[in-house]
Ligand binder design. Structure first.
Ligand code: HEC
Ligand code: HEC
Length: 288
């Protein structure tokens, strides 16, 4: 008899768990389901976007832009063109078309306010060992994912940084290059809808400047663009003026509960998985 009783207990326990899950699985406060319009922008930032952009908006990888203190209107504008697929560089397609696909205008607005209110992007350290070969560093299409192309600025960069600062602040009138500061602000803080660039990753700045600022960059040499990127990566801009208080993030804030629709990006295989974290992990092991 014992044999029958035991599985029966487990069976009932299983049903209990299942019904709990049915309730828990649609917890909009914890959902990772980016296709659910009822999940707030703040929850999406914590559950989905934080994977790459960091829970505090200070991403750790040079390929993933920092969004801490990024300007609200700029973020909304980018989310719109990402959703509309007008922003279609390789990295945007690969990483952002998924999370951006279903965002509603309300979610975009909430996401943008949440990031804009964070303490701004921190200055980066730039590694002297990379300086000697900047061009080859920037020309790598996919920087090493695991360690990330985080760049550390050193004293050896002083000359390059000074050159970058000069161009940023004054432009190059003889080449009809306008001062970047005239739009992005003296301190690189931008001005909605113009993006904050101070404290951004050097790799991202260098790569994006050439795409977003095609006309201006055409009149600058590679080495000048490198210098400006180094300068901007090495400074921190001021926080946004209209700063609201953010709810504190605890270690539980971003534990997902939406098992059915749980989508996340796997750094093992560079691919999106929808389903449970366990499935994603097993799949990624198989793909290794
Ligand atoms: C898998 C990693 C990943 C996830 C998850 C992710 N992003 Fe991104 N995001 C990126 C990358 C990479 C780029 C840069 C694309 C490029 O280089 O053009 C980017 C760019 C952006 C930009 C443009 C920033 C700029 O300075 O122009 C915004 C805004 C953004 N993401 C918001 C979000 C939001 C909101 C979410 C969550 C709903 C999210 N991202 C989730 C990787 C990710
Ligand atoms: C006339 C105003 C103006 C000037 C001058 C200007 N920018 Fe911009 N910049 C913008 C705007 C607007 C955008 C956003 C473009 C978009 O919406 O795609 C931008 C985007 C960027 C981006 C992409 C930021 C991101 O988060 O993806 C970088 C990097 C950048 N600019 C660097 C520079 C540098 C370096 C200079 C000087 C050599 C410069 N800009 C001069 C207006 C300007």
């Amino acid at each position: 008899m014992k044999f029958i009783k035991l599985p029966m207990k487990f069976f009932l326990f299983g049903i209990g768990l299942l019904s709990l899950c049915l309730l828990g699985c649609v917890n909009n406060e914890r959902s990772r389901n980016w296709a659910n319009p009822n999940v707030s922008g703040e929850v999406l930032v914590q559950q989905v976007c934080s994977t790459c952009h960091g829970i505090d908006g200070q991403s750790q990888n040079g390929m993933f832009p920092k969004l801490a203190g990024q300007n609200k209107d700029y973020i909304v504008g980018q989310l719109e063109v990402i959703k509309g697929r007008e922003r279609d560089s390789a990295h945007t397609k690969q990483f952002m078309w998924g999370p951006g696909r279903y965002l509603t205008p309300k979610q975009m607005d909430e996401i943008a306010v949440y990031f804009a209110n964070m303490p701004p992007m921190k200055a980066n350290n730039v590694d002297p060992s990379i300086i000697s070969d900047l061009t080859s560093y920037f020309s790598k299409p996919d920087p090493n994912f695991a360690s990330g192309p985080t760049y550390k600025v050193s004293a050896a960069d002083a000359a390059l940084i000074a050159e970058g600062k000069e161009i940023y602040q004054k432009g190059i009138p003889s080449k009809e290059v306008k001062a970047c500061a005239s739009c992005h602000g003296e301190l690189g803080q931008g001005d909605s809808p113009i993006p904050r660039v101070a404290g951004q990753h050097v790799y991202y700045l260098n790569y994006r400047a050439r795409i977003a600022m095609t006309k201006i960059m055409a009149n600058l040499s590679d080495s000048q663009i490198n210098s400006i990127s180094l300068y901007l990566a090495s400074i921190q801009g001021p926080p946004n003026e209209e700063k609201a208080t953010l709810d504190p993030v605890t270690k539980d804030s971003f534990a997902g509960e939406d098992k059915e629709n749980d989508c996340h990006y796997s750094v093992w295989t560079y691919g999106w998985y929808c389903g449970s974290w366990m499935d994603a992990f097993v799949k990624s092991l198989k793909n290794q």
